[in-house]
Design a binder for this molecule. Structure first.
Ligand SMILES: C[S@@+](CC[C@H](N)C(=O)[O-])C[C@H]1O[C@@H](n2cnc3c(N)ncnc32)[C@H](O)[C@@H]1O
Length: 527
């Protein structure tokens, strides 16, 4: 397909653009550090995003990293125009969104992080080659590039569905009917092919469940675009090597662990001669269909034997909650900590119990290793060590648990970052939300927080956020809400039913206070 036609398809059916946590410079820097490499300073980094669509991945990074610089390019003029409208409203000066073909990108600038999400498999071979050429030429010496792509063998199964949809939808003239018909075909197949004990039927049903949730833009560009070239991981790695680059690791580092495999498989994989082969066999075992690979210059030598002492390079944030209220810190009785999805980790070590408890109490703020050691010693009634040898011993002990948790527990249970995460719980008399949050609340009812997560807002927060401009006092905000109730623009509820008029004022005050606390906890308020 020619470039012009391709750009038209994204102009006609835009690809809804979202923030992707796995592409954030801090994630990329963290993984480089975890594997023993130097990594650029995230606060002042330069970032290039290739195929940025309307910029909803890059714009929040620019808002929350004001000293860093961002450039996004995309072929679709409509999507870039949409992004530029938001940039104008935000008055950001550290970001440029540019309508440009990847093939014509000839900058000399070096970027610390290059992000290419959802592009590589969806463009023809010359564009794929150019993406790798840019990743070599424009990556700073310690830089990290992120490239995601569809992989085999998993994508063979999706590809089968794509082939059937292309055959069926090809009979229809316009893109709207193609999308409708392709969805109808999948629905028809999954209903008509027996699901019980029939692997084919079961597969169709599970795909239908996944695809039902996707919007039309994703559906069209994933299944009905002419370009879709999944590759084997080893092929991607070789292509990177040809360009003087090498595989560093996966942006979801947990996928690099063999812990979920059978003991026999784990044992066999210890015999593979390289990380590339190990990862390739893991794709065979897991039937993986999508990868988020990080690549670096080929003179780098990542170390995959994780060093627990390296924990000192990170700030740790934990969402692990103690399973019981009173944890016995002084005995070897087991204690459990639970993740948000119910996974538990247990320990009998007093130091680890105390460390996890400190992290729990500090959440959502991060802690350094020195702070964890100090806090844990205090809980155990001992003085923090001063001798280097003793500090190193405790660091290694804590580091082993935390690095293992980071590389094995479900995403979001325990995070390592290169920068501290600090949230103030103090709420100003004239609260101010980040401009991006004020605008996104009014536009899409969801906001991106500084940790690059999308937060869905309740009806109350959607109205509140645009009022948080740093000029309006909390008293005025309460009054604004009262006016909205009086003019029937909003309804205030008391235990699920419309509040009695004499209770409205009190309920508004309570809800404003609660909402401000939640927004502060999510880092949406400027200190
Ligand atoms: C599947 S979308 C992914 C968008 C975004 N990165 C994301 O993941 O949400 C692919 C994007 O690549 C852009 N694109 C395709 N070919 C391109 C080219 N040759 N040069 C620049 N952008 C291109 C499209 O316009 C589209 O916005």
């Amino acid at each position: 397909m020619s470039q012009t036609l391709q750009s038209n398809s994204y102009n006609e059916i835009p690809y809804e653009s979202f923030p992707f946590q796995q592409t954030h410079p801090d994630r990329l820097a963290t993984i480089a550090k975890l594997f023993g490499l130097q990594s650029p300073n995230v606060e002042t980094c330069k970032v290039l995003e290739i195929g940025c669509a309307s910029g909803n991945n890059l714009i929040p990074m620019a808002e929350y990293l004001p000293k860093a610089n961002f450039l996004g390019i995309d072929l679709s003029a409509n999507q870039i125009d949409e992004g530029n409208k938001l940039l104008k409203a935000l008055a950001l000066t550290n970001i440029e969104l540019r309508c440009q073909d990847i093939l014509n990108f000839n900058e000399e600038t070096k970027f610390d992080f290059i992000i290419v999400h959802g592009i590589y498999s969806w463009v023809p071979a010359p564009v794929q080659e150019k993406i790798l050429a840019i990743s070599k030429k424009n990556l700073s010496p310690d830089g990290v590039a992120y490239i995601s792509y569809n992989v085999l063998p998993g994508w063979h199964m999706r590809g089968m569905i794509r082939d059937m949809m292309l055959y069926h939808s090809g009979k229809f003239p316009d893109n709207d009917s193609k999308i409708k018909q392709a969805k109808a075909l999948l629905e028809f197949l999954s209903k008509s092919v027996q699901g019980d004990k029939n692997p084919y039927g079961m597969f169709l049903q599970s795909e239908l469940e996944i695809l039902k949730k996707q919007n039309d833009g994703y559906f069209f560009h994933e299944f009905l675009e002419e370009n879709n070239f999944p590759v084997y991981f080893h092929e991607f790695s070789s292509a990177a090597n040809r360009h003087g680059l090498k595989y560093l690791g996966d942006s979801d580092v947990r996928t690099m662990s063999t812990r979920d495999l059978t003991p026999e498989a784990q044992q066999l994989l210890t015999k593979t001669p390289s990380m590339i082969e190990t990862e390739q066999y893991m794709d065979f075992l897991r039937n993986r269909m999508f990868r988020t690979s990080l690549i670096v210059h080929d003179n780098k030598n990542p170390v995959y034997n994780l060093n627990s002492a390296a924990i000192v390079n990170f700030n740790v944030t934990s969402n692990l909650t103690p399973a019981e209220q009173n944890i016995d810190l002084h005995s070897a009785n087991p204690a459990q900590f639970i993740t948000h999805d119910g996974t538990t980790i247990g320990t009998t070590e007093p130091l680890i119990k105390a460390a996890l408890l400190c992290l729990f109490e500090s959440s959502p703020n991060s802690m350094t290793t020195a702070e964890i050691i100090e806090g844990a010693c205090k809980k155990l009634g001992s003085k923090p060590p001063v001798a280097a040898e003793e500090i190193a011993k405790l660091t290694a002990q804590i580091g082993q648990t935390l690095i293992t948790a980071y590389t094995s527990l479900p995403a979001g249970s325990l995070e390592l970052t290169t920068r501290p995460i600090k949230r103030s719980s103090l709420i100003s008399l004239k609260p101010r939300a980040f401009k991006l949050a004020q605008i996104q609340a009014g536009m899409i009812g969801m906001v991106t927080n500084p940790r690059h997560q999308m937060i869905r807002l309740g009806d109350f927060e959607k109205v509140l956020l645009p009022m948080l401009d740093g000029k309006t006092t909390i008293t005025e905000i309460n009054k604004n809400f009262k006016d909205l109730v009086n003019t029937n623009k909003i309804v205030v509820k008391d235990n699920g039913i419309q509040a009695e008029p004499n209770r409205v004022r009190e309920i508004i005050q309570q809800q404003v206070e609660n909402a401000l606390k939640i927004l502060a906890k999510n880092g949406m308020l400027v200190d």
